[in-house]
Design a protein around this ligand. Structure first.
Ligand SMILES: Nc1ncnc2c1ncn2[C@@H]1O[C@H](COP(=O)(O)OP(=O)(O)OP(=O)(O)O)[C@@H](O)[C@H]1O
Ligand SMILES: [Mg+2]
Length: 425
């Protein structure tokens, strides 16, 4: 079950909001409603957020992000549609249950986090718990834990005005974390921070999230922030969610010209990962293969080299056609009692599926083979030929993107196949 579901949520401000929704459903747009004195802040928003996901809502100022966020915790009632939290319709909750939801299960972190100037950092961090009626000792314990989580251990007894802006924002985050809420709603939480501190906070949130696995809805108008943080991103325009997808989806397959123009300046090489361009490993051989059968495999695919894969798809090396040839006599028989494991080079250049393309250039330049993509257990999951990488980075000549050209003199002379492609790149 999804943690949070928005079903056809509309939020219309003005004298006759319901009538506004009716007009929107009949095809009117935001501008028409505005001419009639009604503001359509959110138009037919539907999405599901999974437990543990960071769901980013991104859009320009006035696109309806904050209004949408406020419907998620019942601060604003949808004019039409509903919001389900853990399967329960938020708008049908009794006031008491709604208060309980907002103080215990859902926390909000705003852009300008208002700390109480006459309370210590510890008391500020424990404020949400105080609202919950948690006794002082337990409150201070949890607040101190939360402060430690956000890197503020040692600052418990300080006063807010002794803290930098970034640190104050961390106290805000600590306050949200201390309550044990499982849904965090973050509205431009880092937007008021200096760029470096902001990046720092983004990193910290991602690190925290690996440990805490909260469900987070994060609002930003900054595309780079959205791409860094979001497991998925909803792009809003004039009240409408125009696309929902991963950063890669949105970059590779923008749903409209609007989204395309929005993302045109994004540095693709930092968003797209190895997974987006890797291909099935074509030629693989086993350590125990005889040179003859390795040669057949290489020839079938016209490859100059193959990855050597042990049982369980574990990558153990590469073997070149040149090496295999040395182990064969003229009639194709084996010269000595050699197997692939005796002929292979155990040093493969590998990478991981989630490595950004920008970070593949250096490893790609260190090998004439395609890059091997392996998982945490060292299993071969894909290969990336060098020219595939270069094409993905925009068809730029190798020198421009900083890859030393591959050595012209290569082992073997076969044509075709991913290995050959890499050698030719
Ligand atoms: N209480 C309200 N009454 C009337 N109109 C409102 C109200 N709240 C928001 N709006 C309007 O709804 C639209 C969406 O506003 P909202 O604050 O949700 O946008 P936003 O995407 O969060 O913008 P920003 O990036 O500037 O924070 C705007 O046109 C705004 O003026
Ligand atoms: Mg806003």
């Amino acid at each position: 079950m999804s943690k949070l579901v928005a079903e056809h949520v509309f939020k219309v401000f003005g004298r006759r909001p319901k009538e506004g929704v009716r007009r929107l459903k009949a095809g009117a747009d935001r501008d028409q409603l505005r001419a009639e004195g009604t503001t359509a802040a959110v138009i037919d928003a539907s999405f599901e957020v999974q437990q543990g996901e960071i769901f980013v809502v991104m859009g320009l100022s006035g696109s309806g992000k904050s209004t949408l966020l406020r419907t998620l915790n019942g601060l604003a009632q949808p004019t039409s549609g509903r919001v389900l939290f853990d399967g329960r319709d938020v708008s049908s909750l009794a006031p008491k249950d709604l208060r309980e939801l907002r103080s215990h299960r859902i926390s909000m972190v705003f852009q300008h986090f208002a700390l109480f100037p006459h309370r210590t950092v510890l008391d500020n961090a424990g404020y949400g718990l105080e609202v919950q009626g948690v006794p002082r000792r337990e409150r201070e314990e949890k607040a101190a834990e939360a402060l430690e989580l956000v890197g503020l251990a040692g600052w418990e007894r300080s006063w807010p005005d002794e803290l930098s802006g970034g640190m104050q924002q961390r106290v805000g985050l600590a306050r949200a974390l201390a309550t044990d809420a499982d849904l965090l709603l973050m509205d431009e939480s880092f937007s008021a921070l200096d760029p470096l501190i902001r990046r720092d906070m983004q990193d910290q949130l991602l690190t925290l999230q690996q440990r805490l696995r909260k469900t987070i809805v994060f609002i930003t108008h900054d595309l780079n922030e959205a791409m860094r943080l979001g497991d998925r991103i909803a792009v809003m325009r004039d009240g409408v969610i125009v696309q929902i997808g991963t950063a890669q989806d949105i970059l590779v397959d923008p749903a409209s010209d609007y989204v395309a123009s929005f993302v045109q300046d994004v540095d693709r090489s930092r968003v797209l990962t190895a997974a987006s361009i890797m291909q099935e490993p074509r030629v693989t051989v086993r350590p125990g293969d005889a040179p003859g059968s390795a040669m057949r495999a290489l020839r079938t695919d016209d490859a100059s080299a193959a990855f050597v894969v042990a049982p369980g798809r574990r990558l153990v090396g590469t073997v070149t056609q040149e090496k295999v040839t040395e182990a064969l006599d003229e009639d194709g028989g084996t010269v000595k009692e050699l197997m692939v494991r005796d002929l292979m080079d155990p040093h493969c250049v590998t990478t991981h599926a989630d490595t950004p393309l920008a970070e593949l250039l250096t490893p790609a330049s260190r090998t004439r083979q395609p890059l091997a993509v392996v998982d945490d257990e060292g299993r071969l999951t894909g290969v990336i030929a060098r020219d595939t990488l270069l094409a993905a980075l925009g068809d730029q000549p190798a020198t421009v993107v900083g890859v030393p050209a591959a050595p012209a003199t290569g082992a073997g002379t076969p044509a075709g196949g991913p290995v050959k492609e890499a050698l030719d790149a």
